[in-house]
Design a protein around this ligand. Structure first.
Ligand code: KG4
Ligand code: ZN
Length: 349
């Protein structure tokens, strides 16, 4: 049983957690949303500075909340890829320093592997193989989870991530940031069949469409054109109907791909992760379609779907148990496919 202190600073949440295998002993999350809202999105330099200000305090709080000291900690983890490099470096440098001072192994963690491990936190009996539908502000991926550190990306977005599409569409409708929760609330009051919108399909060079990849840029452009056309009428925008139609289109598109992928690969469980997992339309569509095909869908609690360090600690504890640790020379990477996570570790074969 490995107990790990984990730090997550890849985007706009400064988070520290202490996790014993699949059990969360403490989880501190400090969101910067209020700071970035005035700019309409995350400003990387501002994010890094905020992480520097908050990280030490969050580490102390996590230890205190778990009532542990360093003698109880087996390893120190930090998200090291992918993300904003300046932001990642804050957490990674803090973790390296603590590992060095307290003579503990360092475990670098891939952010998306963390999102996958959020499902283990909500159901500690879950075992691979399963399919993870990861839908956040930065990623939209269908990942075949085979074992700790072994992932195959079966589908992804060719342009905007699902959450990014929600945020951009909310902005063009004159709504606030982040757009996902605002559109979700409006959609509840609207008619999803009011406007017919394109789902966005990704063509294959050999003809036909890629069954698991998605594209949201066409949908975003269609929303822009529709909003501009409606504005020309001089009438107030039908915000609820626009939100409901957009949300239903995204939910249909994601659901169709996830179900096809699970069935084709013979995977009976779909675990969902990322901030867009909160979306009411997606939850309803996916749940209904999964029941039809006797598939199980897992929606981890929201505090583990959005960025947090508990999921990073859970992944790190598993790697540590397998003997996977990272060198202190480990760098922060803005990009790294989740299929390449094993390059973060040196381990005895
Ligand atoms: O996973 P997350 O907290 O951060 C990233 O790693 O990106 O996801 C944030 C994204 C934002 O784009 C936000 O608009 C979206 O998740 N989001 C939602 C909802 N709640 C958050 N999108 C749709 N419906 C929601 N209820
Ligand atoms: Zn994330």
């Amino acid at each position: 049983m490995a107990t790990v202190l984990a730090i997550e600073t890849s985007c706009d949440e400064t988070a520290v957690a202490i996790v014993k295998n699949r059990q969360v002993l403490s989880s501190i999350v400090s969101s910067q949303i209020a700071v970035h809202r005035q700019y309409g999105g995350v400003v990387p330099e501002v994010a890094s500075r905020q992480h520097v200000e908050i990280v030490n305090q969050a580490i102390a709080q996590a230890l205190q909340a778990a009532a542990l000291d360093w003698s109880n900690i087996d390893g120190v983890a930090a998200t090291c890829a992918p993300g904003l490099v300046g932001a990642l470096l804050v957490g990674l440098t803090a973790a390296k320093t603590l590992a060095l001072i307290h003579q503990k192994p360092l475990i670098g963690v891939h952010h998306l592997e963390g999102h996958i491990y959020a499902s283990y936190l909500s159901d500690p009996t879950l075992e691979p193989p399963f399919l993870c539908l990861l839908v956040s502000g930065g990623h939209t991926s269908l990942i075949y989870v085979k074992a700790c550190g072994r992932y195959e990306i079966l589908g992804q977005t060719r342009d905007d991530a699902a959450g990014e599409a929600f945020d951009k569409v909310a902005r063009l409708m004159g709504l606030g940031y982040p757009g996902g929760p605002i559109l979700d609330r409006l959609a509840a009051e609207g008619n999803p069949t009011s406007f017919s919108l394109p789902e966005g399909q990704v063509s294959r060079p050999q003809g036909g469409y890629h069954p698991y990849d998605s594209s949201f840029s066409g949908l975003k452009t269609a929303m822009l054109r529709l909003v501009q056309k409606l504005q020309q009428t001089g009438q107030p925008l039908p915000l609820e109907d626009l939100a409901a139609s957009f949300q239903a289109t995204v939910a249909r598109s994601l659901t169709k791909r996830a179900i096809a992928c699970a069935l084709d690969y013979g995977l009976t469980t779909i675990a969902i992760g990322g901030g867009v997992a909160a979306n009411t339309g997606l939850r309803q569509h996916l749940q209904a379609a999964a029941s039809l095909h006797s598939l199980k869908v897992m929606f981890p609690p929201m505090q583990y779907c959005t960025d947090n360090a508990a999921m990073i600690g859970c992944a790190a504890a598993d790697h540590l148990e397998q003997g996977h640790t990272s060198p202190l020379t480990l760098g922060a990477l803005s990009r790294l496919p989740v299929s390449d996570v094993m390059q973060l570790y040196h381990f005895e074969p």
